[in-house]
Design a binder for this molecule. Structure first.
Ligand code: G4P
Length: 539
C-alpha cells in the first residue's frame, strides 16, 4: 500500500512535535566570574557529553568557539563567537547558548536571550545579584521567561541562604522556590537536602579527571547523626520555607514570576546533576512562536527560523557572513531552499553548520529549539525570518539600552561614500546602533553600543571591508532614555544631555552623562518623558 502525501505530512509533523518536545534551549545569565564556564563544563561532564573536565573550559586556552576571524580576537585572547553547546541527557537535547560576558559583552549577549526558552540565573554565593546579571535578568523579565536560579560556590565562604533568597525577592521581585537546601553554611558545605526532606546527598569533591561526580546519599537518620547541628538548622529552615509557601509553582515559574532555586558548587561538580534534572523536568520545550501579526505558528508547521546573531569575516579569505538562526518551527534539512521574509528572495542552505563548542560541524537536520549557522549569509540581518511553505515573519528583536557612545568620522574625506555605506550596513546588521541629529550632521553619526567591543568590530570592518577607516571620539554619556517629540527640545537644551534619533527605528533617545545627572533632570523637569530602555533599568 502506498502512503499518501497527507500521511507523510502527518508523520513528519508528529516527528517535529516529538523532537521539539525533547529540546530544552537555555542560556546562563551571570556576572563575570560567577562560574558560568565552570558550570557549563560541569553540565556537559555530567551529561557525559565530554569525557573529562577541561574539554570545554580552560582559562589559558578558552575554547568557547575558536575562530580566527580577527587579529583582535587573537590579540585579546577572547572568543567573540557565541556558541551553542548541545548536551544529550535523559532522552532530552539541551541546547545551551552562550551569553558572551567579560570584554565581549555586547548587544549580542542580550539578543541570545531572544533565542532561548529558559534562563539559568547563576549567582555567586558570596556576591548575590551583580550588575551584569541584573541587566540580563531585565531582558528575561521583559520576555516573561522562566528562570531557574543556581547559587554557586557553596564550597566557599558566602552568605546565608535565606538572605540570598531575600535579596532575589526584594530586588528583582522574583519569588524563590528552593528545590533543595544546603546543609552547612557556605564554606562549610556538608551536602544538599531535597525539599521533600527525605533525600540527602553528602558533599564530596570529585577527584580531578573523574567523569562523574561521586554522590553519596544518606537517609535522614544517618544524616542527622553525621551532620549534627548543621542538619538540625537545615531541617528548621526547610520547615520555615514550607510555612511561607516557598514551594515550586509551575504556573508562576512559566510566567517568570517565581524561580526554582538550587544550591551547589560547579567547580567540584556538586549539585550539578540536580540542575540538569531541573532543566529536563521543569524547563519548557519550545512552543509555537507568535508571528509579527500576533498569530501563533504551530511548532509542527513547515520550517521557520529567526536570525539572532550575525558574524562577519570569520574567514578572511572569503569575507563571509554567518547568520545564527534559531529554528522556530518545523524540520530543517540542509540543502533546503528557504525564503528570506524581508526580501522575498530565495536563500539556499547548502552550507549549514551546527556550532557546538569549539567544533563547527555540518548538520543535516535540526528541529525547533536548535541553532544552525548559515554561511554566506550577507543578505541577512539580525531579526530576519527565513521560512519554507506559507509566508511567516517574526517580530523584530528589540534594540537594547546602549551605554557607550562615540562619534564616528571618516579619516579620509574622499571616501565619504564608502563611509556612509559601511555605517548603514553595520547599522542594518545590528553591529551597533547609529544615532543622528541635525546638529551633528550626517558626517558625524553617533555610534551607540552595549559593550565597547562593538566599536572595535565597527572600526575593524570599516577599515578592512569598506575601505573607509574611521576615527572614533568617545562621548561622555553613559545612559540613554526614550523621549517623545514634545519633550525633545527641552531635553536637548539641558546641559549634560542631548537628543538624537536612532536610525533603525526612529526612536528619540536622550543621552545623559550619568544617573545623577538624570536624577537632577527628572527633578527639575518632571514633565519630560524619559523612559528606560530594555536592560537599561538597572543602573
Ligand atoms: P565565568 O565564566 O562566569 O567568568 O567564571 P569561571 O567559570 O571562569 O569561574 C570564575 C572563577 O570561579 C574560577 O576561578 C573558577 O574556578 C571559580 N569557580 C567556579 N565555580 C566555583 C565553585 O563552585 N567553587 C569554587 N570554589 N570556585 C569556583 P579562577 O581562579 O578565576 O580561574 P581558574 O584558574 O580556576 O580557571
Amino acid at each position: 500500500m502506498s502512503t499518501t502525501a497527507e500521511e507523510t505530512n502527518d508523520k513528519s509533523t508528529r516527528e517535529v512535535v516529538a523532537e521539539a518536545g525533547r529540546r530544552r534551549t537555555f542560556a546562563v545569565i551571570s556576572h563575570p566570574d560567577a562560574g558560568k564556564s565552570t558550570l557549563t563544563e560541569a553540565l556537559a561532564l555530567h551529561a557525559a557529553a565530554i569525557t573529562s573536565a577541561g574539554a570545554v573550559h580552560g582559562k589559558g586556552e578558552r575554547r568557547g568557539v575558536t575562530s580566527d576571524w580577527m587579529e583582535m580576537e587573537q590579540a585579546r585572547g577572547i572568543s567573540i563567537t557565541s556558541a551553542a553547546l548541545r548536551i544529550d541527557y535523559a532522552d532530552r537535547v539541551l541546547n545551551l547558548l552562550d551569553t558572551p560576558g567579560h570584554a565581549d559583552f555586547s548587544e549580542d549577549t542580550y539578543r541570545v536571550l531572544s533565542a532561548v526558552d529558559c534562563a539559568v540565573m547563576l549567582l555567586d554565593s558570596a556576591k548575590g545579584l551583580e550588575a551584569q546579571t541584573l541587566k540580563l535578568f531585565d531582558v528575561c523579565r521583559a520576555r516573561r521567561m522562566p528562570v531557574i536560579t543556581f547559587v554557586n560556590k557553596w564550597d566557599r565562604p558566602g552568605r546565608e541562604p535565606l538572605e540570598l533568597l531575600d535579596e532575589v525577592e526584594q530586588r528583582i521581585g522574583l519569588r524563590p522556590t528552593p528545590l533543595n537546601w544546603p546543609v552547612g553554611i557556605a564554606g562549610d558545605f556538608r551536602g544538599l537536602l531535597e525539599r521533600d526532606g527525605t533525600t540527602y546527598t553528602r558533599f564530596t569533591r570529585t577527584p580531578g579527571g573523574a567523569t562523574r561526580a561521586i554522590e553519596e546519599t544518606l537517609t535522614p537518620e544517618e544524616a542527622a547523626g553525621a551532620e549534627g547541628d548543621a542538619w538540625t538548622q537545615a531541617v528548621e529552615e526547610l520547615e520555615l520555607l514550607g510555612e511561607i509557601g516557598a514551594d515550586f509553582d509551575p504556573a508562576s515559574f512559566m510566567a517568570g514570576e517565581s524561580s526554582p532555586v538550587l544550591f551547589g558548587a560547579a567547580l567540584p561538580n556538586f549539585g550539578v546533576s540536580q540542575l540538569l534534572r531541573a532543566l529536563v523536568d521543569l524547563a519548557p520545550a519550545p512552543t509555537g512562536p507568535v508571528d509579527a501579526r500576533g498569530a501563533e505558528r504551530p511548532i509542527g508547521a513547515p520550517f521557520s527560523g529567526q536570525v539572532f546573531k550575525m558574524q562577519a569575516n570569520m574567514d578572511k579569505a572569503h569575507r563571509d557572513r554567518m547568520a545564527f538562526v534559531r529554528v522556530s518551527t518545523g524540520r530543517f534539512e540542509r540543502g533546503m531552499v528557504l525564503t528570506h521574509a524581508a526580501t522575498g528572495r530565495p536563500f539556499a542552505t547548502k552550507y549549514t553548520q551546527a556550532v557546538f563548542g569549539s567544533e563547527r560541524t555540518t548538520i543535516e537536520t535540526a528541529y525547533p529549539g536548535d541553532v544552525i549557522a548559515l554561511v554566506n549569509a550577507a543578505a541577512l540581518k539580525v531579526g530576519d525570518t527565513l521560512y519554507a511553505g506559507p509566508k511567516v515573519e517574526f517580530p523584530p528583536i528589540p534594540s537594547f539600552a546602549p551605554e557607550h557612545f562615540a562619534v564616528a568620522r571618516a579619516l579620509d574625506a574622499g571616501r565619504y561614500k564608502q563611509f556612509q555605506r559601511g555605517i548603514a550596513q553595520l547599522d542594518a546588521e545590528g553591529v551597533v546602533q547609529v544615532l543622528t541629529s541635525d546638529v551633528r550632521g550626517e558626517q558625524a553619526p553617533v555610534l551607540a553600543a552595549v559593550g565597547p567591543l562593538q566599536f572595535d568590530v565597527v572600526s575593524h570592518r570599516m577599515a578592512e571591508e569598506f575601505r573607509a577607516p574611521i576615527e572614533l571620539a568617545h562621548l561622555d554619556y553613559t545612559l540613554a532614555r526614550r523621549t517623545d517629540a514634545a519633550s525633545a527640545p527641552t531635553a536637548h537644551s539641558l546641559s549634560g544631555a542631548e537628543v538624537l534619533t536612532r536610525r533603525s527605528d526612529g526612536e528619540l533617545l536622550v543621552l545623559v552623562h550619568n544617573k545623577w545627572r538624570l536624577r537632577v533632570i527628572q527633578r527639575d523637569h518632571p514633565e519630560l518623558v524619559l523612559e528606560p530602555l530594555l536592560a537599561g533599568g538597572v543602573e
